[in-house]
Write a protein that binds this ligand. Structure first.
Ligand SMILES: Nc1nc2c(ncn2[C@@H]2O[C@H](COP(=O)(O)OP(=O)(O)OP(=O)(O)O)[C@@H](O)[C@H]2O)c(=O)[nH]1
Length: 401
């Protein structure tokens, strides 16, 4: 995504998503919270530890003001830090995550400023660097958002200036030097924080767009896979899918010693139908017959496919010859019951001839032979006058007719 476009998606100071991307703000905050919580906890823990360790400096610099100094460290900051740390394990911490961390940064910074008031004017500088640490926490370590960190940073600069002018009364050069340091530290911190948050937002958007596109691709692929298995006209399975299904079912039935049956259905005198009613009516008839087949054969482990032209094939798994014949007869009856007019057929309506073969697959017979057996039975049905079901004869002990 171009930099320019990202700029147009973010509000200039708050960096929140705007315009069409505004809906991403809440998910981004959730994601930002999840991804930064670990680091924020480390920052709180480290902050508490470090702020407490500075008690050693108090011993050296302000031994006569230890009570106030340690009250500030152990009576205020330490418990506040521990409370926030404990709260960070609460499930609703996300809602006050930024506010709690901002509170700690401000509290730590104000603590440092307070400590400068306990020293002599000459020793005050020994504590000033603590403010830089507070800025580093705010702008980086604690993972505050840019707008929150900026408010904390400048509030501390202002508080420091007020205390310096009102309480510490430093020399002019000391005041100027410190303000230069702190203002500079804030500006650098702001820049780092700004770019970090912008990068995090960009990465978030890209990741989400990518997963949206992946989901779209996945659903297109699924649709394509479905389409590639269907016959364009009748919307039942096509020959390719039939072959694949047959291959898989054969293997499964062989492994499970289960029967597999094939029914081949051919529309009777369809050439005449086409010649008489026209090719488009022929197409329509194919669709209606396919629907009738699909309605009739719904059992699990079965498949209705258009095998080619006006010929359909049905695969049934777990079904012996007797039951397959019954299903084939039901199919024949269903198509006859459609009562699609066919003035050139013996019944005056569209009818089907069907050939059936079933077997428990083993190595003595191939799928091809099973199919050929059903096809021969279909041929017999045609010879016998059409609109009927014939059983194929397989020379195997496993077939139960
Ligand atoms: N409308 C239409 N006709 C098709 C389609 N595919 C094949 N056919 C027609 O189906 C007819 C099949 O004719 P034949 O194979 O001679 O068989 P038949 O007329 O049904 O005769 P029997 O099978 O012996 O009863 C041909 O006229 C093909 O043009 C198709 O997708 N749409």
């Amino acid at each position: 995504m171009a930099k320019k476009r990202l700029g147009a998606m973010l509000a200039p100071f708050s960096l929140t998503f705007k315009g069409e991307q505004a809906d991403w703000e809440a998910p981004f905050r959730r994601a930002y919270f999840k991804s930064t919580l670990g680091q924020a906890r480390v920052a709180i823990g480290f902050g508490i530890l470090y702020f407490s360790l500075f008690a050693i400096l108090d011993l050296l610099v302000i031994p006569n003001r230890l009570l106030e100094a340690w009250l500030c460290r152990f009576g205020v900051f330490l418990p506040a830090g521990l409370v926030v740390l404990a709260l960070s394990y609460h499930k609703s911490f996300m809602h006050y995550f930024q506010a709690s961390l901002a509170f700690l940064v401000i509290l730590g910074g104000l603590g440092v400023i307070y400590l400068t008031t306990l020293t002599t004017a000459q020793d005050a500088y020994l504590y000033y660097a603590g403010l830089i640490l507070a800025f580093m926490f705010g702008y980086g370590f604690a993972r505050l958002r840019f707008v929150v960190a900026t408010c904390c940073g400048w509030l501390l600069v202002l508080a420091f200036l007020v205390v310096e002018l009102g309480v510490n009364h430093p020399s002019l050069k000391g005041l100027v030097a410190n303000q230069f340091f702190f203002v500079g530290a804030n500006i650098v911190g702001m820049m780092i924080c700004y770019h970090q948050e912008k990068a995090a937002r960009l990465a978030f958007l890209l990741q989400n767009q990518l997963s949206d596109q992946n989901a779209l691709l996945l659903s297109h692929n699924e649709n394509l896979a479905k389409l590639s298995n269907l016959d364009g006209l009748t919307k039942v399975a096509n020959r390719r899918h039939f072959d694949h299904f047959m291959f898989q079912s054969w293997r499964q039935c062989q492994a499970g010693h289960q029967p597999i049956a094939v029914i081949i259905c051919d529309i009777d005198v369809f050439k005449q139908y086409n010649d008489h009613y026209g090719h488009l009516a022929g197409d329509d008839c194919l669709v209606k017959v396919a629907k009738a087949l699909a309605r009739t054969v719904r059992r699990q482990g079965s498949l209705v496919a258009r095998y080619g032209g006006e010929e359909f094939a049905v695969v049934l798994t777990g079904v012996y010859m007797e039951e397959s014949m019954r299903i084939a007869e039901r199919i024949r009856q269903q198509v006859e019951d459609l009562a699609l007019p066919h003035c050139l057929s013996a019944q005056g309506v569209v009818t089907l001839s069907l050939g059936v073969a079933a077997v428990i697959p083993d190595n003595s017979l191939s799928q091809r032979e099973l199919f050929q057996c059903a096809d021969s039975a279909l041929y017999e049905a045609k010879l016998a006058g059409r609109n009927q079901v014939k059983a194929g004869k397989l020379f195997t002990s496993q077939v139960r007719a």
